[in-house]
Design a protein around this ligand. Structure first.
Ligand code: F3S
Length: 403
C-alpha cells in the first residue's frame, strides 16, 4: 500500500504511540481488503455508548488515552446509553452508569465534541458533497452518504477511533466511486407520503435489497430532510443499506446517472397496499401502550415543534410514559423555543443525548410500547422483549394522553 511521508511517520511512531497503534491497524486492514492507499477523512462519528462497546470498547478508549492520543479531526459521538437527567429514576444500575461515565470521559479527553447524537449533521458535524469522512451508526452513515453525498463506510467502532486519531482510512468500499453506483431500481407509487410512510418504505426497501444500493424513484417533491433521514434509517435496519439514491432529491443521483450506465440488477415497485401491509406487520401488540418512544433517529427541531403542538394542554394517562430522544444541541434550541416546557408539562421526559435501543430499561418492565419510528419498531421487540404498536406521531400521542 502506498503511504505518504506523513503516514509513514505516523506508522513509525514519529507522531506518538497512539497514532502509531492506529496506523498499524488501518494499514493491516487496508492490506487485507486490497486498498491501494489511504484516504484523508475530514471528520469522524464514533461510538461511545457502553451498551454496545462493553468492557472491550472501554479498554480500547482508555488505552488510547494512556498512550497520550488526541483526535486530529472533528469528532462527534453516537448517543450515550444512559440519560444524564433520568438514569437514576428509571433504575439504571450504578455500575453500568459508572462505566458509561468512564467511556464518556475517555472520548472527551481524546478531544471529541460532546454531541452525543446519531444526527451529528444537526450538531456541528456537517460534511460537504464528495468529502470523505469516517462515521459509525447506520442511520448517520446512510444520511452522510445519501442525503449529503459525503463518503463513508459503515465503520466499526474501534476503527473509527483509529480514523479520528490519524485522519485516515483505507481507500475501500464506498470511498471508491465505482462502488457507489445504483444496483436496484425501486419505483414508488403512493401519492403524497406521511412521515410514517417514509419509515415504512425504508423497511420495505431494506428487506428487499439487503446490502445493495437502491435508486428510489417516485418520491414526492414535498419530501423533506427528516423524511430522508427516516427512509435511510429504516432501510439500514431491515437491510444493510449504507447508501441510497433518489434522483431529484439526493445529490449524487441528481448530478448524474445513478446507475453510471449499468442496467439495474432488479426492479421493484411499492405502493399504498405494501405500506399498509408492512405497517400492520410491525404492530405486534394488541393491548394498550405503557411507554411511547420517539426520536429514533434523534428528533430535529421541526419534529420537536410538531410533538409540542400535539401535547400542548394534554396530560399523559396515569401509568403511561413518553420518552423523547434528541440531541443535546436540538434540546437546547427546543428549550429556548419553549417546546421542552410544552412536552414535559404533559408528563413526557426528554432523554437528550442517549438512545433506548442501546440502553438498559433499568427497573422498568414494560410489556407494550408505541413508536413512530420504523427503526425503533424493528429493534425494540428483540432488544427489550416488548410488544410494539407502530403508528404515526399523532396516533402515538392519542394512545398515551387522557381522552
Ligand atoms: Fe439513534 Fe439509537 Fe435510533 S442511535 S437511530 S436513537 S437506535
Amino acid at each position: 500500500m502506498q503511504l505518504t511521508d506523513y503516514e509513514k511517520r505516523m506508522l513509525e511512531g514519529g507522531e506518538g504511540p497512539a497514532p502509531r497503534f492506529a496506523m498499524e491497524v488501518l494499514v493491516k486492514l487496508g492490506q487485507i481488503y486490497g486498498a491501494d492507499r489511504l484516504v484523508e477523512v475530514s471528520s469522524a462519528q464514533i461510538m461511545a455508548h457502553y451498551g454496545s462497546l462493553h468492557d472491550a470498547g472501554l479498554e480500547l478508549a482508555e488505552k488510547f488515552v494512556a498512550l497520550g492520543g488526541r483526535f486530529i479531526i472533528p469528532t462527534t459521538e453516537d448517543p450515550l446509553s444512559i440519560c444524564d437527567r433520568h438514569w437514576r429514576d428509571i433504575g439504571i444500575p450504578e455500575e453500568y452508569a459508572a462505566k458509561q461515565e468512564r467511556l464518556r470521559q475517555a472520548v472527551l479527553t481524546l478531544g471529541a465534541q460532546p454531541a452525543w447524537t446519531c444526527t451529528p449533521y444537526l450538531a456541528g458535524n456537517l460534511p460537504r458533497f464528495g468529502q470523505n469522512v469516517s462515521w459509525a451508526e447506520s442511520s448517520a452513515v446512510s444520511f452522510a452518504n445519501s442525503v449529503l453525498g459525503a463518503r463513508t463506510n459503515r465503520t466499526p467502532a474501534g476503527l473509527n477511533y483509529c480514523a479520528a486519531l490519524t485522519g485516515r482510512m483505507p481507500r475501500m468500499g464506498l470511498y471508491r466511486s465505482e462502488n457507489r453506483r445504483g444496483q436496484v431500481l425501486v419505483r414508488v407509487a403512493a401519492g403524497e407520503m406521511s412521515s410514517l410512510d417514509y419509515n415504512t418504505l425504508g423497511l420495505l426497501i431494506g428487506k428487499s435489497v439487503g446490502n445493495r444500493i437502491p435508486v428510489v424513484e417516485g418520491l414526492p417533491d414535498t419530501t423533506g430532510v427528516d423524511d430522508l433521514k427516516y427512509l435511510g434509517a429504516a432501510a439500514a435496519s431491515s437491510g444493510v443499506v449504507a447508501l441510497y439514491h433518489a434522483p431529484g432529491l439526493t445529490p449524487e443521483a441528481t448530478a448524474g446517472d445513478p446507475f453510471a450506465g449499468d442496467k439495474p440488477q432488479e426492479s421493484l415497485s411499492f405502493g399504498r397496499d405494501d405500506f399498509t401491509a408492512m405497517q400492520r406487520e410491525m404492530t405486534t401488540a394488541a393491548g394498550e401502550a405503557e411507554l411511547g418512544v420517539v426520536g429514533c433517529p434523534h428528533y430535529s427541531v421541526p419534529e420537536m415543534q410538531n410533538l409540542a403542538g400535539l401535547l400542548r394542554g394534554q396530560k399523559l394517562k396515569p401509568g403511561c410514559e413518553l420518552w423523547v430522544y434528541t440531541s443535546p444541541t436540538v434540546c437546547e434550541l427546543a428549550q429556548g423555543m419553549g417546546l421542552v416546557e410544552d412536552i414535559t408539562a404533559a408528563g413526557a421526559r426528554i432523554m437528550d443525548g442517549n438512545c433506548l435501543v442501546i440502553s438498559p430499561l433499568g427497573k422498568n418492565h414494560y410489556r407494550t410500547m408505541v413508536t413512530d419510528s420504523a427503526k425503533a419498531a424493528y429493534y425494540l421487540p428483540s432488544e427489550h422483549q416488548v410488544g410494539m404498536i407502530y403508528t404515526d406521531t399523532a396516533g402515538l400521542v392519542s394512545a398515551l394522553v387522557e381522552g
